[in-house]
Design a protein around this ligand. Structure first.
Ligand code: HEC
Ligand code: HEC
Ligand code: HEC
Ligand code: HEC
Length: 448
C-alpha cells in the first residue's frame, strides 16, 4: 500500500513542520532554515512572552480607541483571538477535519486542492478568507462527496482557530535567494562598511555572525537599533539610507548564510498582535502615529498598505527610519530600545490591522443579498433555509464561514434543485453582506 505509506510519511512531515513553526517551544530545528517559516522561532534573549490576555485586551481597546466607532467594538476581541496558540490549535484542526487530505500547506499534504500556505494574492484578511471559502465551497463539497469523505462539522471557535492558522501561515516569509541577496548588498553598498566572509569595510561590525539570525525581523530590529549610528556613518560617506525592495532582506539573509560557516540558528517566537498593540503605546509610537485616526504628521498605522509577510512589514518600518529619526529629534523623543521579540509583536500587530477589516456597508449588503438571490430563500425562510433574522452573523467572518461550512452542502442541493447556480461573492461584497446580516440579526423581530 504505497499510497497509504506516502500519506503517512507526508502527515508525519507536516506535523514536524507544525511543531517547528507553530510550536512555542524554543530552538527546534526547522529542516531547512532557508525555507518558509523563518519567522517562527525563538529570540536571542527574548524576554518571556506573557500572553496576558486581559491586559492585552485592555491595551488593544486603548490602541484601537480612535479607530473604532461603537459597532466595531468587537475588533479588540478579534485581535485577542489571534495568537500563536490559536494558530497551533487551528493547525491541529486542519489535520483533524481532514482539510489536509486535499490541501497541502507549503507543499506537504494532499494535492487535490490549492496549497493553502502559499500567499497567492497579497495580504490576507478575514473577508478574503470568508469569500474564498464561500466561492470555492461548491467544488470543495463536490470533491468531498466524490472522495466519500465525511464533512466534519466545524464549530465557530474552531473556525476562528483555523482562521488564525491561516493568518500566521500566510504571513510567513518566503525563502530568500542568495544570488539576489549578493546583488542587493552590492546595490546598497553594505560592504562599504561591513565585512561579509572576510571582505568589505570595517566601519560597522562584521555581518558574518549574523548568519545565525535566519529571521528577517531580527535583522530589521538590529538595523533599527543601529539606525542612528548607521545613518550618521552613511551621511559622512555621502550615502543614502537604503530603501529595501520587497524580498531584498530575505535574499540578503540567504546570501550571508550561504557564505558564512555558522550553522547555528537563532529563532524568534511568533508575534502576538495584542502585545504589539500594547508596545505601540509603551514605545511611544503613538505619540506620532494614530491607529485608525485621521492622522497627523505620521501615517495612520491602521491603513499602511503592507505586503503579505512579516519580513516586508518589518522592512517597512526600517525604510522610514530616517524621517522618523528626524521628527523624533525635533520633538525631543529618544529613539526607543526595541528587542527582537518586541519587534515581532509590533510587526504582527501591523499585519493584523490588514487582516481585521472594517465593517462593510450594510445598505449595499442588502442590495447584494437581493440581487444574488439570497433573499429568495433566506428572506422569510423556507422549510429548509433559516430566515435572515434568525441567522447569527455575530461579529466575525469566521462565524459566517463555520455556518456555511456546516450548511453548504444542503444549500448547494437546494440551489441545484431550484435550477440555480451558486452565487459568487467578491471580497468587498462579502464584507457588505456580513454587515447587512449583522444589522438584520440585531434588528430582526426574532433577534436574540
Ligand atoms: C475533498 C477535498 C477537500 C477538502 C477535504 C477540503 N478542501 Fe478546501 N478546497 C478543495 C478544492 C478542490 C478547492 C478549490 C475549489 C475551486 O477551485 O473552486 C478548495 C478551496 C479551498 C479554499 C480556497 C483556496 C483559495 O486559493 O482561495 C480554502 C480557504 C479552503 N479550501 C479551505 C479548506 C478548509 C479549511 C478545509 C477543512 C476544514 C478544506 N478546505 C477541506 C478541496 C477540499
Ligand atoms: C556608511 C556605513 C554603513 C553602511 C553603508 C551600512 N552600515 Fe550597517 N552599520 C554601520 C555601523 C557604523 C553600524 C554599527 C552601529 C552601532 O554601533 O550602533 C552598523 C550596524 C549594522 C547592523 C547591526 C550589527 C550588529 O552586530 O549589531 C546590521 C545588521 C547592519 N548594520 C546591516 C547593514 C546592511 C544590511 C547594510 C546594507 C543595506 C548596511 N548595514 C550598510 C555602518 C554602515
Ligand atoms: C517622532 C514621530 C514618530 C515616532 C515616535 C514613530 N514614528 Fe513611525 N513614522 C513617523 C513618520 C513621520 C513616518 C513617515 C516617514 C516617511 O514618510 O518616510 C513614519 C513611518 C512609519 C511607518 C511606515 C508607514 C507607511 O506608510 O508605510 C511605520 C510602519 C512606522 N512608522 C512604525 C512606527 C513604529 C512601530 C514606531 C514605534 C516603535 C514608530 N513608527 C514611531 C513618525 C514617527
Ligand atoms: C435556494 C435557496 C438558498 C439560497 C438562494 C441561498 N441559501 Fe443560504 N441556505 C439555504 C439552506 C437550505 C440553508 C440551511 C442548510 C442547513 O440547514 O444546514 C442555508 C444556510 C445558509 C447559511 C448558514 C445559516 C446558519 O445560521 O447556520 C448561511 C450563512 C447562508 N445560507 C448564506 C447565504 C447567502 C449569503 C446567500 C446568497 C449569496 C444564500 N445563503 C443563498 C438555502 C439557500
Amino acid at each position: 500500500m504505497s499510497t497509504k505509506h506516502l500519506l503517512t510519511a507526508v502527515l508525519a512531515a507536516v506535523v514536524l513542520i507544525a511543531v517547528a513553526v507553530l510550536g512555542r517551544g524554543t530552538g527546534e530545528t526547522i529542516a531547512d532554515s532557508t525555507t518558509s517559516g523563518q519567522s517562527a522561532a525563538t529570540a536571542e534573549g527574548a524576554a518571556g512572552d506573557p500572553t496576558d490576555v486581559p491586559e492585552a485586551q485592555t491595551a488593544t481597546a486603548g490602541a484601537a480607541e480612535n479607530a473604532a466607532p461603537a459597532r466595531e467594538a468587537p475588533v479588540a476581541g478579534r485581535l485577542a483571538r489571534l495568537t500563536p496558540d490559536a494558530a497551533a490549535r487551528g493547525w491541529q484542526l486542519f489535520l483533524d477535519k481532514r482539510c489536509i487530505d486535499c490541501h497541502a500547506v507549503w507543499g506537504r499534504g494532499g494535492d487535490q486542492a490549492p496549497d493553502l500556505g502559499a500567499a497567492s494574492s497579497g495580504a490576507i484578511s478575514e473577508g478574503r478568507l470568508a469569500a474564498a471559502l464561500w466561492n470555492h465551497g461548491p467544488r470543495m463539497w463536490t470533491k468531498i462527496e466524490d472522495l466519500k469523505l465525511p464533512v466534519e462539522p466545524i464549530s465557530n471557535e474552531e473556525m476562528e482557530d483555523i482562521f488564525s492558522f491561516f493568518f500566521y501561515v500566510r504571513n510567513m516569509d518566503a525563502a530568500g535567494d542568495p544570488r539576489l541577496g549578493r546583488l542587493a548588498m552590492l546595490r546598497h553598498g553594505c560592504r562599504e562598511c561591513h565585512q561579509v566572509s572576510g571582505r568589505g569595510g570595517d566601519l560597522g561590525p562584521d555581518l558574518s555572525k549574523w548568519a545565525r539570525y535566519t529571521n528577517p525581523v531580527l535583522w530589521v530590529q538590529k538595523m533599527w537599533e543601529a539606525g542612528p549610528a548607521m545613518r550618521e556613518a552613511m551621511k559622512e560617506k555621502g550615502m543614502e539610507w537604503p530603501v529595501f525592495a520587497p524580498g531584498e532582506i530575505t535574499d540578503m539573509i540567504a546570501y550571508v548564510r550561504s557564505v558564512s560557516p555558522s550553522s547555528d540558528k537563532i529563532y524568534l517566537q511568533l508575534g502576538v498582535p495584542a502585545d504589539g498593540a500594547r508596545l505601540l503605546q509603551e514605545k511611544r509610537c503613538l505619540s506620532c502615529h494614530e491607529v485608525g485616526g485621521s492622522g497627523g504628521e505620521a501615517p495612520d498605522l491602521a491603513s499602511v498598505s503592507l505586503p503579505g509577510n512579516i519580513a516586508e512589514a518589518a522592512v517597512n518600518v526600517l525604510n522610514h527610519l530616517p524621517a522618523m529619526l528626524t521628527l523624533m529629534g525635533e520633538r525631543g523623543i529618544e529613539p526607543q530600545h526595541i528587542n527582537a521579540q518586541e519587534m515581532a509583536h509590533i510587526v504582527t500587530y501591523l499585519l493584523s490591522q490588514t487582516y481585521i477589516e472594517k465593517s462593510g456597508n450594510a445598505e449595499q449588503g442588502e442590495a447584494i443579498f437581493t440581487a444574488k438571490g439570497c433573499i429568495d430563500c433566506h428572506g422569510k425562510g423556507t422549510q429548509a433555509a433559516p430566515a435572515l433574522a434568525t441567522m447569527h452573523a455575530e461579529d466575525s467572518a469566521a462565524y459566517f464561514s463555520h455556518a456555511v461550512w456546516n450548511s453548504g452542502q444542503k444549500m448547494l442541493k437546494e440551489l441545484i434543485a431550484d435550477g440555480q447556480h451558486w452565487p459568487t461573492l467578491t471580497h468587498a461584497e462579502m464584507l457588505d453582506v456580513l454587515a447587512y446580516m449583522r444589522s438584520s440579526a440585531k434588528a430582526g423581530p426574532a433577534g436574540e
